[in-house]
Design a protein around this ligand. Structure first.
Ligand code: AMP
Length: 391
């Protein structure tokens, strides 16, 4: 199904290769807080180094708003990368301009140069042709490996491909292999599990998945809106009043494929210190709110998970940031990790939960892109992937 060129299809030896990675990692006190995305970029960078390319790495980090923000510099990421590679890694505090050009000119085969945050330039997010051209002028070939950015049409992932031969890196290839395959060609039963705060952000995902899955399990705040659409009282829970009729339509069209929780953990305020209770659906007191799915829901979900052959999960089952209301999300992560199914975690909060629980190794594929994987689940084209040149 992968009809795009990859780095295996081109000769990179002796070439200046511009590599777009997604090194958008959380920083804590100026240091890398979570290295998942840096580690995910290594296979491509290592391959290019081994093949004697001069490797120029670009990425965005955070939301600097088109101007230089020291706290969003990629320097700590470059320093971290240097600890993982045997070869020389250097850094230049801009991604275009004289200093970047000079550094590229003196860059030797097998060396790695990290350029500064592309979003320090306003042309990055507007996909400005001039900015794209200046990035492209640094290299002979463009490798796009930034899966986590592929739902965006920016200069450093899409614009550049108008000026240079463009191929996919190993991470993009792997993400497509697992996510794409799961959606288009799943072993069945195929179960999708969706959670998170809102139905509104995931309407198209639900619509698309209903067509493809055998079961769709819904938890998190989203479930509240589905119950409210059936006239069930949800107390002070998060409910999206403006999509009630849409939620009702989705429930009708999904039939018995769509499975909602049967009990909840509720709190009397939105805080970890809140008093908590377990109740059945329909019994939320007027001044309490749903904070997590309950134990009976977990048992119900477990029965379906255990007979599934493919599982895709996106979105927490409750307010998992509060330890008191995190067990639905962590128990679910454990069930998925222990199941025999091909398991795919769609980035974002669910990936963080799996990592926090130390379960990543028991999952078939943990996606590095939250927004990008959601867009794939939605069945919408991703501009960053489209821009890679066809075979
Ligand atoms: P999303 O970005 O839509 O995937 O939502 C993730 C957020 O949903 C997390 O920050 C959770 O705390 C939140 N969330 C999950 N369940 C609930 C709930 N029952 N009430 C309020 N927020 C929730």
């Amino acid at each position: 199904m992968f009809n795009k060129k990859t780095i295996r299809d081109v000769d990179v030896s002796g070439k200046k290769v511009l590599v777009r990675e997604d090194l958008n990692v959380p920083l804590k006190a100026g240091e890398v807080g979570d290295d998942t995305r840096i580690l995910a970029a290594l296979p491509t960078i290592n391959y290019l180094v081994e093949q004697n390319a001069a490797v120029i790495v670009i990425s965005h980090l955070g939301r600097p708003g088109g101007e230089r923000k020291e706290e969003l510099s990629l320097k700590p990421v470059a320093d971290y990368l240097a600890t993982l590679l045997d070869n020389k890694v250097s850094f230049v505090p801009d991604c275009i301009g004289d200093e970047a050009q000079e550094a590229v000119q003196s860059l030797q085969a097998g060396e790695v140069l990290v350029l500064e945050n592309t979003r320090f330039h306003p042309g990055e997010k507007t996909n400005d042709p001039q900015f794209s051209q200046e990035l492209a002028a640094l290299a002979d070939l463009f490798v796009n490996d930034a899966f986590g950015t592929s739902h965006r049409s920016h200069a450093s992932n899409v614009g550049v491909s108008n000026h240079l031969p463009t191929v996919a890196g190993f991470l993009i290839e792997k993400e497509l292999e697992y996510l794409g395959n799961a959606i288009e060609n799943p072993s069945r039963p195929f179960t999708a599990i969706l959670g998170g705060a809102k139905v509104s952000g995931k309407i198209s995902v639900i619509r698309n998945l209903i067509e493809k899955v055998d079961h769709i399990l819904i938890g998190g705040g989203m479930a509240n809106t589905f119950f409210a659409s059936q006239g069930i009282k949800m107390g002070k829970s998060l409910v999206e009043e403006d999509v009630l009729s849409l939620a009702d339509d989705l429930l009708q069209s999904a039939g018995d494929k769509l499975i909602l929780p049967v009990d909840f953990v509720i709190g009397e305020q939105f805080a970890n210190e809140a008093e908590k209770k377990i109740i059945e659906v329909g019994n939320v007191p007027a001044d309490w709110m749903v904070m997590d799915i309950g134990p009976e829901s977990l048992k119900l979900f477990k029965r379906i998970i255990n007979k599934s052959k493919t599982i895709v999960w996106n979105g927490p089952m409750g307010v998992f940031e509060f330890p008191k209301f995190s067990s639905g999300t962590f128990e679910l992560a454990k069930m998925i990790a222990e199941s025999q199914a091909v398991s795919i975690i769609g980035g974002g909060d669910s990936a963080a939960a799996v990592k926090q629980a130390g379960l990543s190794a028991s999952i078939t594929h943990v996606s590095t892109g939250g927004g990008a994987s959601l867009q794939m689940l939605e069945g919408s084209p991703l501009p960053g992937l489209e821009a890679i040149h066809d075979r």
